[in-house]
Design a protein around this ligand. Sequence first.
Ligand code: ADP
Ligand code: ZN
Ligand code: ZN
Length: 721
Amino acid sequence: MTETIAHIAIASPVDRLFDYLVPPQMLEYLSPGIRVSVSFGHRTVCGIVVSLSQESSLPLEKLATIQGVLDTEPTIDSAILNLCQWLARYYQAPLGEALMLAVPNKLRTPEPAYTESTFWRIVKTIEIKATKKQQWVLEQLKDGPVSESALTESASKAILKRLETLGVIESFKQITETSSPNIKAVQVQAAPHPLNFAQSQALETIAYDGHRTYLLEGITGSGKTEVYLQSIAEVIKRGKQALVLVPEIGLTPQTLKRFEQRFGQCISLLHSQMTPNQRLQQWQTAKHNAIIIGTRSAIFTPIPKLGLIIVDEEHDASYKQAEGIYYHARDLAIIRASQANIPIILGSATPSLESIFNLEHKDYVHLPLTERATASSLPETRIIEGQDHDISPEIRQAIAGTLDNGYQVLVFINRRGFAPTLLCTQCQWMSECTRCDSRMTLHRNPPKLQCHYCDYQQAPPSQCPQCHSHQLQPMGQGTQKSELMLESEFPHTPVIRIDRDNTRNKGQLDEALNKVNQGEPCILVGTQMLAKGHHFAKVNLVVILGADNGLFSTDFRGSERMGQQLTQVAGRAGRESHHGQVLIQSQFCDHPLLIELTQQGYASFARKLLEARRQSDMPPFTHIAMIRADAKQASICEQFLRAVRAEAESLMPASVHMSYLGPMAQQMGRRNHRYFYYLQIKSHSRQQRQQLLQQLRPFMNRYSRRQGLRWHIDVDPIENS
Ligand code: ADP
Ligand code: ZN
Ligand code: ZN
């Protein structure tokens, strides 16, 4: 007799599938993507069937048998299985771990996803003297089994039991199906906007019968969302579903509201602030809802009739996962769309250099929107000379003028807390974290020094710990200090601060946003939380403080990020008027990058940066991978990475050009008593880089993990240190 072997993925760092025997009676319930319970080591765990065959590389008598089947239909459908197989290969991860990304938390345990209920049926028709109630039961069962819960609504359990002892009826267990296969009808609520010329050109260019990647490059307020909405309507008309990825849902309740107003209650929402139960429930409704909106991990949602993917703000760094498997959800979305042979729209006012590069090199279709959709025009932008710790008189005047005209002001400063550090002016001592290579940020209300990397907190000293002087001064500017400064400058105007410190729970952010949206003159102070997707009708002046950090970043992506952030924040100005204004305060007014950005705009700025990347042999012209290591001792990291580098150099023939950087300490090389190091691998050929990583993995897997050594492979990193 031939045995059937199931090849099963299990969440384990061991980089292969595990073989189990399939009991014959289980065979009909198994197919790829079904979850099963199996013994693994000394535990029972949840595994996912990847394939079935008659062969195993191990002798059959060594194999354990599958314990139980946990699904009635695959948790991982074939589309998601394909996607995870690609992901595991490309990002150099075990397939088991890749698949677990796609399984909702609640389903990662060896518990069945279905509930079994008791049903009753007639065994044989025999003549009995049936009571009225008994007759009623037999009448119900005449045409087939009925659930016990339905029967006991009118008859008692005792009656069923009595009929059972008479041998007339019997009970059995059956799985109750819950999901409905049909896509819910959409009730259109708000009417669509009539599109302007550029929007309708974009919409008409999108084809729905085949795979294509579209880059919707539209300035802030150009009506990208309207294009998304109408292309989704097209897809729904064809009986298909749409997946929309967004960077962070909590921050932009307005965007969600627009989708709901247009399409009603046929939206599944998947984001990280949900409880595991809510998430599972939304994940299940994705089977029959027309639209699925979610953050990064929503890319793994099974969607049976997927017809379109949209990635909003495709440049956003939150699409890259920075732990476990370092995948990029935008790039995975493109792969998923190509595997499903459907269109994908990447939208942004500030596209990543990768996507701009791909316009030319990968045959993306460009959909430009160069003007604002409403009657407003892009704000006028100026750079104002000024020091970091102050607000220049010119900016003060502009704020006063805007408030006098009945408008609102947004002050952007990308640093929360009061001041980045506390400095002794006598001996230059600075408040540093004892666990990390970072400075402790000064906070007020309550007063404390806090490390933003490890969260270590302490009371601010009243005198210098080094020279005991009392000349301690806050250095630099954080949101709390700006708030205080603005409050004393403009005592009659409400100052509303929005950053992570005062919006820990969702209600707080909504409350602050509601205040702003009432439209009374006010000053909004905040971090990048304010930059993303908001539509503040009354904000007419945007002030950007501390813009200089990006100019001198050691990361080659620093200037790209600065350009994106400045442009996104600036885009909040004058969205419904003609005289929006943006003032950027900088100590380096004549820096060529700042001038290019403010005078020519992001599109031109980004293309200049791309040319610089080409000249310096950086991505997207080359392909990078980082081997990241951390341990309690720096030397452990260095030894490991040196060994990896030596192995890599010996593996690659001299004819293959591969360049290495490191081992090096990360920029914030010590965090919470651990040391972080990296080895950078760079190649002109993506394929050769992949081959090398593939060959390096067994070596790294064999390497001893003593002294708490941990390592990760970061393919196409976005943090380059
Ligand atoms: P983006 O997503 O590019 O920032 P939005 O889609 O939010 O732009 O559009 C900005 C504003 O313009 C919104 O208030 C939207 O309702 C409005 N809008 C979009 N398209 C049109 C149009 N064709 N006609 C009039 N108003 C429009
Ligand atoms: Zn001192
Ligand atoms: Zn720290």
